[in-house]
Design a protein around this ligand. Structure first.
Ligand SMILES: [Zn+2]
Length: 146
């Protein structure tokens, strides 16, 4: 929504947080991925779709979505369900937008609770040499691994 949440009070942010959560709850069923609608030639020489000027069988939808680790997943969508699947994809876009808002509001709320000017204040160095790397970093491989 592009609002500047940093200008809002804790109370306003709390209200907005609830409102967005209600909206998320109200999003109808959704799916990720994309939908292509097209015609297809089946390849049989005797079929009418092989004749010149024929556009092929269809229209038919193909819904695809990339799954982490396993690559792309697809499903053919009968023509009578194409509008439904389009709506489900739009619902996901709506859900994603709301989630992004919800995250922003939560972070703004966390910042607002700390108080104004908290971010600008200089923090006293509580533990000297923290940035110097005195502590062993866990991601460093032991010498034998290189
Ligand atoms: Zn055919």
């Amino acid at each position: 929504m592009g609002k500047d949440y940093s200008l809002m009070t804790v109370r306003q942010l709390e209200d907005l947080r609830l409102l967005v959560l209600t909206r998320i709850e109200a999003v109808p069923e959704f799916r990720r991925g994309s939908l292509q609608v097209g015609y297809r030639k089946c390849g049989k020489a005797s079929c009418r779709c092989a004749r010149p000027g024929e556009q092929g069988h269809g229209p038919r939808g193909l819904w695809t979505r990339t799954v982490k680790g396993t690559g792309s997943r697809g499903q053919y969508i009968p023509v009578e369900h194409i509008d439904q699947v389009r709506a489900e994809l739009e619902n996901y876009a709506q859900f994603e937008g709301l989630i992004a808002d919800y995250v922003e509001i939560n972070e703004a709320l966390c910042r607002a609770r700390v108080g104004p000017g908290a971010g600008a204040r200089k923090r006293p160095a509580a533990t000297g040499g923290e940035k110097g790397g005195a502590e062993a970093s866990p991601q460093v491989s032991p010498p034998g691994m290189r």
